[in-house]
Design a protein around this ligand. Structure first.
Ligand SMILES: [Zn+2]
Length: 264
């Protein structure tokens, strides 16, 4: 798989803007210089369970299949104890993927592969370095306050916006690896927090359509919703469902699915 096959135009455009921000490169250099990546590695080893063929063979094998399908070097895989279904990937030279325990417990294996493929999509598109920087800033509450009150604030806002757009590219990777319907069912579970949802797997796509109708009904509604969305680190799940539903008829999606079937 090639990054250009899954890169969402909004992600590519936002990244371009981000690279032009003067404060951005300074931020990256600073955080990598202080050894944040090593600190994260210590934290992973210290507080999470590293997945291996011995302790969780099904999860480990599924991860290897996804990594092979996406065509990236195998990152380290960890599971952390959390009732909230979530996953993330960080790192620059030592990249890792972390899955919450509730994801592993509540999703089917294909749905779990969709989350793994989403994270691997971030790695393929080389999102992880920038995401690491954002994570560090947010983790350091005081630093975030300094940044929001300083000249680096535009860079921080650009970074946040890009972060939201990068999720669309990673979602495309997930849909390409497991098929868009499995992606939609995983997203339904992530949204509800439940392990079993009845009915149409495209419920969130419909909600997305309703959301955009409501948002685009007036100028005031657009501004109101845009201001609310600004504070999210991810696009809302109904927007993610809607975006993938639009992308499923693209040539890139069809080619990737065909290639995946041929490579099985
Ligand atoms: Zn993501």
């Amino acid at each position: 798989m090639k990054a250009r096959q899954i890169l969402h135009p909004a992600d590519a455009k936002a990244l371009q803007v981000l690279k032009q921000e003067r404060g951005f490169n300074t931020l990256i250099k600073y955080f990598m210089k202080v050894g944040e990546e090593r600190i994260m590695h210590g934290e992973n080893l210290g507080t999470m369970l590293r997945v291996s063929p011995n302790n969780m063979p099904k999860v480990y094998n599924a991860f290897q299949e996804v990594v092979h399908c996406v065509g990236i070097d195998e990152p380290e895989l960890y599971i952390y104890n959390d009732p909230v279904m979530n996953a993330y990937t960080y790192g620059d030279t030592r990249i890792f993927v972390a899955l919450s325990s509730s994801l592993v417990e509540r999703l089917t294996l294909p749905e779990l592969k969709s989350i793994m493929a989403h994270e691997c999509g971030h790695i393929l598109c080389r999102h992880t370095l920038y995401k690491t920087v954002l994570h560090i800033i947010e983790d350091m509450g005081k630093a975030a306050q300094v940044i929001t009150g300083s000249l680096a604030f535009p860079a921080y806002c650009a970074l946040q916006y890009w972060n939201r757009m990068s999720e669309y590219s990673a979602d495309r990777c997930a849909a390409a690896v497991v098929g868009e319907q499995v992606f939609q069912s995983a997203l339904l579970k992530l949204t509800s927090g439940l392990s079993d949802i009845q009915g149409d797997p495209y419920q969130l796509v419909e909600q997305g359509k309703r959301y955009y109708e409501m948002k685009n009904a007036s100028f005031f509604a657009r501004v109101q919703q845009a201001c609310r969305e600004m504070f999210y680190s991810h696009p809302q799940n109904c927007q993610r469902a809607y975006e993938i539903d639009r992308w499923k008829s693209s040539a890139n999606y069809r080619t990737l699915v065909r290639e995946n079937i041929e490579n099985l």
